[in-house]
Design a protein around this ligand. Structure first.
Ligand SMILES: Cc1ncc(COP(=O)(O)O)c(C=O)c1O
Length: 507
């Protein structure tokens, strides 16, 4: 609580907006600045220790070695670190992050990667195989997400189409740039995007990068997008609505059917962020779970993002963004005809791209097939149901919303971040969320291994009983999380995050 104390003591309890302004001014006063810097460095020192566990143990480089290190030595060092990092995710202690992780699957993807490590889809003439893989990844994803229900038109121009991107964030950035440029053509100079507060941070990033104003609408008590409030927020400048299936924080599915009808009625875009659920929900529906229609079968849905590198079980670094009709996708493309380097075009944000990752995504999809995805989805949803019921049975904890496999829980009379901290002492790596304070577990195939759900619940029961018995005891993670959520001077929190990013690049 030190930073909060310092700032609040010096600045008093001003409204948050004024506090942020006052903080910026106060930072310029030498003694305030010095004091704040001192607090930051204490906090960052602790972070640095946990970010650099290998310091002194393995060679580190701040310049190229004069002579190359032998490949054997390089591999030895890398293997040692990789082995040390592996057990935590392999043994199912981590929320999300590694979605498949079976040894034979990883070996297969690695073999595919090795075959294609030099491939760059930018050179479609050199590697038509990469072009084939990407076109087919898009087609298979579109078919899975209701694309077949969209009439293609006489030349196929009206059908669902898309591109392969580097991840969920890039897919979202691309879709938002697309809507901005489409709206520009209609004369909208100050574009606005209406989205629930639960939508992923990637939409914020898009707003910042592309000059789109975000109109964030609070979610309802069920943590779902509030359709009436979102409708009210639409103006003449609104370019699109957003809904998630499910949302990252609470794993709930927004009411896409209603939102898409509102969007259609206003003649604006409707982006469905299925980064997390695109490769789960279609199979859940087939398995008989109650899944509302959320994809291109709804006529108002104009774009979707779905991550191959999450539940598509590809290697990290691919996602798919889909559009209703080729005309919409064209707003995403980049072309230049005047560059001395020649005619240049690129469909996504990057120029050169790792074709090996597209090859691996294609290989994952084709080798797993519908049956494989269905079996995985069944296992994940059954495990998640056990975990959800188990959490609900723990006095003091409360599951938020009505999630299928991303299960967020809060605690009424306990510090839920302290519960998370005790879980981390048992090896767990869970996601701490705020507004409201809660923690989530994103269930993956790693958790479907024998005994993992039971171990999670036993550890959670234990953590709750320890925190209940010692309600006032501090900790190291809990105060940071608690502070980050409640500190009124958001500039302080941003400062800490920026310094953390600086640390990532410190040798
Ligand atoms: C719903 C949702 N959208 C977008 C993203 C961003 O994906 P990425 O981390 O691949 O950029 C995530 C990531 O977890 C997500 O859960």
């Amino acid at each position: 609580m030190k930073i909060k104390d310092v700032v609040e003591k010096q600045l008093g309890r001003l409204p948050p907006g004024m506090l942020t302004g006052a903080f910026k001014v106060a930072k310029k006063i030498p003694w305030v600045r010095e004091r704040i810097e001192r607090e930051y460095s204490t906090m960052l020192e602790a972070m640095e220790t946990s970010l650099r566990p290998y310091r002194g143990e393995f060679p580190s480089y701040t310049a190229l070695p004069a002579e190359g290190t032998s490949r054997t030595e390089v591999l030895e060092v890398m293997r040692a670190m990789s082995e040390r990092e592996e057990s935590r995710w392999r043994d199912g202690y981590v929320s999300g992050a590694v979605y498949h992780g079976n040894r034979d699957h990883i070996e297969f993807l690695s073999e595919v990667y090795a075959l294609h490590s030099q491939v760059n889809p930018l050179h479609s003439d050199l590697w038509p195989s990469a072009t084939k893989y990407e076109a087919e990844i898009v087609a298979m994803t579109a078919a899975m997400l209701g694309g077949d229900a969209v009439p293609a038109g006489p030349k196929g121009e009206d059908g669902v189409c898309g591109v392969v991107s580097s991840g969920g964030t890039e897919s979202i950035l691309l879709a938002m740039k697309t809507y901005r440029d489409q709206a520009r053509q209609r004369g909208i100079k100050h574009p606005e995007l209406v989205l629930p507060t639960s939508a992923h941070a990637a939409f914020d990033k898009a707003g910042l990068y592309f000059g789109i104003e975000l109109v964030k609408v609070p979610v309802g008590p069920d943590f779902k997008a509030d359709v009436a409030a979102m409708t009210q927020a639409i103006t003449r400048n609104t370019i699109a609505l957003v809904g998630s299936t499910p949302s990252f924080p609470h794993g709930v599915i927004d009411p896409i059917e209603s939102l898409s009808e509102v969007a259609r009625g206003h003649g604006i875009g409707m982006h469905v962020d299925a980064c997390l659920g695109g490769f789960v929900l279609p199979w859940a529906e087939r398995l008989g779970y109650k899944v509302p229609v959320f994809d291109f079968r709804l006529p108002g849905v104009t774009s979707m993002s779905a991550d191959t590198h999450k539940y598509g079980y590809a290697a990290k670094g691919t996602s798919v963004v889909l559009y209703r009709g080729h005309a919409l996708r064209r707003f995403q493309y980049y072309t230049t005809t005047e560059w001395p380097g020649g005619m240049y075009f690129s469909p996504t944000l990057a120029g050169s791209r790792p074709g090996a990752l597209s090859a691996a995504a294609w290989a994952a999809m084709v080798s797993i097939g519908e049956r494989g995805y269905m079996d995985s989805t069944r296992a994940i949803l059954e495990t998640a149901a056990t975990i959800r019921e188990g959490i609900e049975a723990i006095p003091g904890l409360r599951v938020l919303g009505d999630p299928l496999w991303v299960i967020a829980f809060a605690a009424d009379d306990l510090d839920v971040y302290r519960v998370m901290e005790h879980m981390s002492h048992q090896g767990w790596n869970l996601n701490g969320l705020h507004k409201p304070a809660c923690v989530h577990l994103c269930v993956t195939l790693r958790h479907t291994q024998d005994g993992i759900a039971e171990r999670f619940l036993a550890d959670l029961r234990e953590a709750v009983s320890v925190v209940t018995a010692t309600p006032s005891e501090g900790g190291s993670i809990a105060p940071v999380y608690g502070l980050a959520g409640t500190i009124p001077v958001r500039g302080v929190v941003s400062d800490v995050l920026e310094r953390y990013m600086d640390l990532l690049y410190k040798v």
